[in-house]
Design a protein around this ligand. Structure first.
Ligand code: NAD
Length: 322
């Protein structure tokens, strides 16, 4: 069945959703968009979309069965709940909410209305992440016991609403949520300890350089680092396993696996695409698949984020069971 989608928030990411669905997801038609900024509405019109005059007009459109919310983070919760209560299925950009309590309200609305609700954790379809997943699944490095995951940029401070606390700015909620989602997607065992260093080097009110240490119940430890002022990057991934070590240098996915006796192996050949996220959404709505990015998984991530903010406040590790 062909689904009809509308986008709320037609900024950078709203335009991205439109273009990538148009190019690659035949089972979804993007009909229109609503944004509070007239310039964004003009951009949507130029891109061939119906520009809704109000949120109410969008929600009343009976053709639309799926809505993507791509606004700044602080308005995700009220918008998602309104869309669900209007009988729409909803995809929400990450971070889905500012904290676990907000997300619980959104999940409750989804259960109450029986409508699909998912979070756009598109980086589960990143090539580097899929190589890691496949290398672990195939046993090439044995049992992983220490994972280092890093995203290091050199643009300095975070800008626009991302630099403002009230809008859910900061790197933990921006990049950290992707990196945590990946680590927790590949590790279903509970997180039992969290410690963090969230620095505000350039921006003032939000974290712009972060390091997070996690311990999982199966003995795995992970270090996650996101930097905005790094001019000599460390590898995107470095994983120690009982049978070998994996390295992925950067987004181009150069790297290797080395086992004992210095045996070297090429990384698994993976070519995922972000459009697979929306194909899964359409297939789930059609009863042909299970939802891959479940809101309950996002809740687990948000609970860790709550714990990280608390750990940072008391500057120490926090034992937990998430
Ligand atoms: P942006 O500032 O470029 O766009 C946000 C748009 O939302 C703006 O046009 C703004 O006018 C509009 N808006 C604000 N409040 C609104 C409201 N109440 N109703 C309707 N429109 C409203 O920001 P962006 O970079 O597109 O980020 C949007 C969301 O996408 C954020 O949650 C961000 O974290 C997420 N994002 C995700 C990825 C990813 O890889 N998944 C990448 C970038 C951004």
């Amino acid at each position: 069945m062909k689904h009809t989608l509308a986008i709320i928030g037609y900024g950078g990411m709203g335009g991205f959703h439109h273009n990538s669905i148009k190019e690659k997801v035949g089972c979804i038609r993007v009909k229109g968009a609503f944004d509070i900024r007239p310039e964004a509405m003009a951009k949507a019109r130029e891109a061939g979309l119906h520009a809704y005059g109000s949120l109410d007009e969008l929600l009343a459109d009976q053709e639309v069965d799926l809505i993507t919310v791509a606004t700044p983070n602080d308005v995700h919760r009220p918008l998602v709940i309104r869309c669900l209560e209007a009988g729409k299925n909803v995809v929400c950009e990450k971070p889905v909410a500012l904290n676990a309590a907000e997300l619980k309200d959104m999940i409750a609305a989804s259960r109450r209305t029986g409508k699909l609700f998912s979070v756009h954790q598109n980086r589960r379809w990143d090539r580097d992440y899929r190589i890691v997943v496949e290398a672990i699944r195939s046993g090439m490095i044995g049992k992983p016991y220490f994972i280092e995951s890093r995203v290091q940029g050199s643009h300095g401070s975070v800008s626009g609403w991302r630099g403002q606390k009230q809008h859910g700015g900061g790197m933990l909620l921006d990049w950290g949520v992707h990196m945590l989602d990946q680590l927790m997607d590949m590790t279903p065992e509970p997180v039992i300890e969290v410690s963090a260093c969230l620095q505000k080097v350039f921006g003032g009110e939000v974290d712009d350089n972060i390091k997070v240490n996690l311990r999982f119940g199966n003995g795995l430890s992970a270090l996650m680092e996101m930097a905005t002022n790094c001019f000599i990057s460390l590898p995107r991934w470095h994983i120690s396993g009982t049978e070998g070590t994996l390295i992925i240098h950067d987004w181009d996915c150069g790297g290797q696996i080395v086992q004992s006796n210095n045996q070297r192996f090429a990384l698994p050949d993976e070519h995922p695409d972000w459009s697979e996220y929306y194909i899964n959404i359409a297939d789930t709505l059609d009863g042909k698949a299970q939802l891959i990015v479940k809101p309950e998984q996002a809740l687990r991530v948000m609970r860790v984020i709550d714990t990280i903010f608390a750990a940072e406040e008391q500057r120490g590790g926090i034992s937990c069971q998430i």
